[in-house]
Design a protein around this ligand. Structure first.
Ligand code: PMP
Length: 368
């Protein structure tokens, strides 16, 4: 560097294969109505906050010691929450499901290996694959963002990926994959199959989890998180359910003591309040359905959603098409932050409180 200006990361000897990437980042803007990162709009209830204070105080008194390296009690609690006859040996937890995804790719992907995903989907699958040196294979979803079973299975047979990602409900589109498709994907895939069910608690009646497919399928991994339904995004707790052999394999790559004693205490305390926390799920689902109904009534194209967010087109059929970015900015000008997920002519909005959802709908109607 010769011009004397400030250094940028491009001036550093960064790995060549990282140079084309851009960091993940939804804008964190301080606006009245934040509906852009699929959080639960309801803060933890006061009883939980009080119990958290106690649990964290107790954990603080022993912070001279490393935490339980294998988070045994937390994994038992998570197994009990999920049901399906699961035990702690089939559960694994980390700092957000993002870290779970990273550990899976460190273990089953990496140099000389490949991971396949059906896009558009959660972009961190691709980014973490690339960051772990795993070749990324993008296969397209259909025009309505669903997966054609024959095409999906053919792609898996053609590429023979070491890891398959299937997000259900899919982010950013909200639609879920039928369980029969998941079953067929696991049977067809030569490697591990990761079903990312970050939003499973928001399923509509009749949508089924892949958890019931776990028995007898040691290459199936189901990912969940406490960031969405549990209203604990700030605590950073994600987890997976799989055959105990998968977890034994992950022990090879996980950093020792990766989950702090404070995090484990917070997660276990939240799970003790599961009833109250999941009480907010029905309220959020009602606002999700309200968004779908009202946007449909406005004549906008809407993707049916099994999640806590809705992907929608910003122009009516036959209308002069609007730019998604312009509508995003016009909403922000009215104090409402949604997500421009890079889909032409579409935006994604998280279901909020009735007031937040109302503010979004009012602002959008004004803009249209
Ligand atoms: N998977 C999906 C599909 C997501 O949408 C998200 C969060 N946006 C995550 C995983 C990661 O969530 P966390 O790391 O907070 O558990």
């Amino acid at each position: 560097k010769t011009d004397g200006g400030p250094f940028s990361w491009q001036d550093l000897p960064v790995r060549d294969d990282l140079r084309a990437l851009t960091p993940y980042g939804a804008p964190q803007l301080d606006v009245p109505v934040r509906l852009n990162t699929n959080e639960n709009p309801y803060p933890p209830p006061p009883e939980l906050v009080a119990d958290l204070r106690e649990a964290v105080t107790a954990a603080a008194a022993t912070l001279n010691r490393y935490p339980d390296r294998d988070a045994v009690e937390l994994r038992k609690d998570l197994a009990q929450y999920l049901g399906h006859g699961l035990t702690g040996a089939q559960l694994w937890a980390a700092n957000g499901s993002n870290e779970v995804i990273q550990q899976i790719l460190q273990c089953f992907g990496g140099a000389g290996r490949s991971a396949l995903g059906f896009e558009p989907s959660y972009t961190m699958h691709r980014l973490i694959a690339l960051a772990t040196g795993t070749r990324w294979i993008a296969e397209p979803r259909g025009a309505d963002f669903s997966l054609d079973p024959a095409a999906a299975l053919a792609a898996i047979r053609r590429h023979g990926p070491d890891v398959v990602f299937l997000t259900s409900p899919n982010n950013p589109t909200g639609n879920a994959a039928p369980r029969e498709l998941v079953e067929a994907v696991v049977d067809a895939a030569p490697g591990v199959v990761v079903i990312d069910e970050a939003y499973a608690e928001f399923f509509r009646p009749g949508t089924a989890s892949a958890l019931s497919l776990l028995p007898g399928r040691p290459r199936l991994i189901v990912i969940r998180t406490m960031s969405k339904a549990f209203a604990m995004a700030g605590a950073r707790v994600g987890y997976l359910a799989a055959d105990p052999a998968v977890i034994d394999a992950l022990l090879l790559v996980r950093l020792p003591y990766h989950l702090s004693a404070l995090t484990q205490a917070a997660a276990r305390t939240a799970l003790a309040h599961v009833q109250a926390l999941l009480g907010t799920v029905d309220a959020v689902k009602a606002q999700r359905d309200r968004i779908v109904d009202e946007l449909t009534a406005l004549g906008l194209p809407v993707v049916p959603s099994d999640a806590n967010f809705v992907a929608f087109g910003v122009s009516r059929a036959g209308e002069q098409p609007r730019e998604a970015g312009a509508v995003w900015q016009a909403l922000l000008d009215r104090g409402v932050l949604v997500r421009d997920v890079g889909l032409a002519g579409m935006l994604r909005v998280t279901a909020g409180t009735p007031e937040e959802t109302g503010a979004f709908l009012t602002a959008l109607k004004e803009i249209l």
